[in-house]
Design a protein around this ligand. Structure first.
Ligand SMILES: [Mg+2]
Length: 384
C-alpha cells in the first residue's frame, strides 16, 4: 500500500510566464510527483481548487488514477469547468509521475507504450512586421523546423483593427510561402479575434495553399457557428487548446469541425482525459497538435502522451532560436526534456523525467499579471 501524504502548490513566475506547479508527496521515500495546471491566468483560483481536492485525496492510494479522476470531477455537485479541470489536470499528471516512479517505468509505459522515437515540434513565431516574420522564419528553417505557427505580437498597446491586420497578412503571407518553399508547414493563430465574415473575407483574399492551417480564428462557445465557418473556408482548422474535457472536444471531433486537436494536458483533465481525446480524434483521423505554452512539466507530460499515440502531428514549442520565454529555466528545472533542433527525444527515466527545484520557489514570487487586454479603436473589448 502507498498513500498520498501531502499536496503542495507553487504559484510562481518564471521569466515571462506565471506557472502553477504542484507536488504530490507519498509515504514512500523518493516517490513523489510533479504536475502543472494550465489555466494561464487566475492561477490562485486553481490553488484554491487544489486545496479542496487535497481535503479528500490525502490518505488515498495514488495508483488509482482513473478512480480519483472520477471522484474529483463528479464529486462537485455542478461538475466540470475550466478552473476545476485545471486543478484535476495538475493532480492527474502528478499521479502519473508517481506511478511511473513506483513501477520504475517512464510514463508512456502507463499509456500503452512507445510508438515513436522522437517528437517533432512546430515553432511558435511572433511578429509585427513583414521583415521580422521572414527573418525569423528563415532562422527557424535553418534550425531544422519543418512547421511554424505564426501569431501577431499584439500586446494591447495599440488598438486591434481586424481589417488592417488581415490586409497586412494578405500581403505578407504569400511572400513567406515563397521564401519557405512547399515543404514547410505554415499555420496562423488568430487568438479568437475575428468574426465569421472577417475570416471568410481573409481566406478568400489569400491564394489557396498559402497557409496550411488556421488556429482559433473565432471564439469557440458555439460549435454550430464553427461548423458553418468550416464549410465557408478551404483551410484545415486547429482548435481545442482551451477545451476542459472530452465533452467539450466531442462536437468538434464528431463532426470533423477541427482537423487538428490542440489538446492541452494541463487544461483538459490531465493525461487520463487527454488519452481519451486522442482516441476520439483517432476515430475521425484527426491528428493531435498539443498546446504547450507553460514549462517543462507540461512539455514532459505531453511528450509521454504523444509517445504513446499514433495520430500525432507536432508538439508546440515556445522556446526556440527566435523566441525565448525562459519558462524552461534550467536553474528552476534541473531535470527536463531537452529540445534537439526541432525534436524531443522520449525521456526514458521513471516517471515524467522532470524535476522542479522547490527550494528555489521562494525566489519566484507570483505576479498578479493579466494577459494583454485588447481593445478596438472605438474602445470596445476584443479577445487577445
Ligand atoms: Mg492558440
Amino acid at each position: 500500500m502507498i498513500k498520498i501524504t501531502a499536496i503542495k502548490t507553487f504559484p510562481v513566475r518564471i521569466e515571462n510566464g506565471n506557472q502553477l506547479i504542484i507536488k504530490i508527496e507519498t509515504d514512500q521515500k523518493d516517490i513523489y510527483g510533479w504536475g502543472a495546471s494550465g489555466l494561464s491566468g487566475r492561477e490562485l483560483a486553481v490553488v484554491g481548487a487544489v486545496k479542496h481536492y487535497a481535503n479528500f485525496i490525502i490518505g488515498k492510494d495514488p495508483r488509482r488514477i482513473g478512480a480519483l479522476w472520477q471522484q474529483m470531477y463528479r464529486s462537485q455537485y455542478f461538475e466540470g469547468g475550466r478552473v476545476l479541470t485545471a486543478a484535476i489536470s495538475a493532480i492527474d499528471i502528478a499521479l502519473h509521475d508517481i506511478k511511473g516512479k513506483l513501477f520504475e517505468v517512464p510514463v508512456y509505459e502507463l499509456l500503452g507504450g512507445k510508438q515513436r522515437e522522437f517528437i517533432e515540434c512546430f515553432a511558435s513565431l511572433k511578429f509585427d512586421s513583414k521583415e521580422e516574420l521572414i527573418s525569423k522564419a528563415h532562422t527557424l528553417k535553418k534550425a531544422g523546423f519543418t512547421a511554424i505557427r505564426l501569431y501577431e505580437a499584439s500586446e494591447g498597446a495599440a488598438p486591434f483593427v481586424a481589417r488592417e491586420s488581415m490586409a497586412n497578412l494578405v500581403d505578407w503571407l504569400p511572400v513567406l510561402r515563397k521564401e519557405m518553399g512547399n515543404v514547410m508547414t505554415i499555420g496562423l493563430d488568430y487568438h479568437h479575434r475575428l468574426t465569421v465574415s472577417e475570416v471568410t473575407t481573409f481566406m478568400n483574399r489569400i491564394p489557396a495553399g498559402t497557409i496550411d492551417f488556421l488556429e482559433e480564428p473565432i471564439r469557440d462557445e458555439n460549435p454550430q457557428v464553427y461548423q458553418q465557418l468550416r464549410q465557408m473556408i478551404n483551410v484545415p482548422l486547429a482548435l481545442g487548446e482551451e477545451f476542459a474535457s472530452k465533452w467539450q472536444f466531442w462536437p468538434y471531433i464528431k463532426d470533423s469541425i477541427t482537423q487538428y486537436a490542440r489538446i492541452d494536458v494541463c487544461n483538459v483533465g490531465g493525461l487520463t482525459e487527454a488519452m481519451k481525446v486522442v482516441a476520439m480524434a483517432e476515430t475521425n483521423y484527426i491528428d493531435v497538435m498539443p498546446h504547450n505554452p507553460l514549462g517543462p512539466i507540461c512539455t514532459a507530460a505531453t511528450i509521454h502522451m504523444l509517445a504513446a499515440s499514433s495520430n500525432v502531428a507536432w508538439l508546440e514549442e515556445i522556446n526556440t532560436p527566435v523566441e525565448w520565454c525562459g519558462t524552461n529555466s534550467e536553474k528552476f528545472y534541473p531535470v527536463q526534456p531537452k529540445l534537439e533542433g526541432a525534436r524531443y527525444k522520449i525521456p526514458e527515466t521513471p516517471g515524467l523525467g522532470v524535476e522542479f527545484n522547490e527550494d528555489l520557489a521562494s525566489e519566484l514570487s507570483f505576479e498578479m499579471k493579466e494577459t494583454p487586454h485588447l481593445f478596438k479603436k472605438d474602445g470596445s473589448f476584443t479577445n487577445w
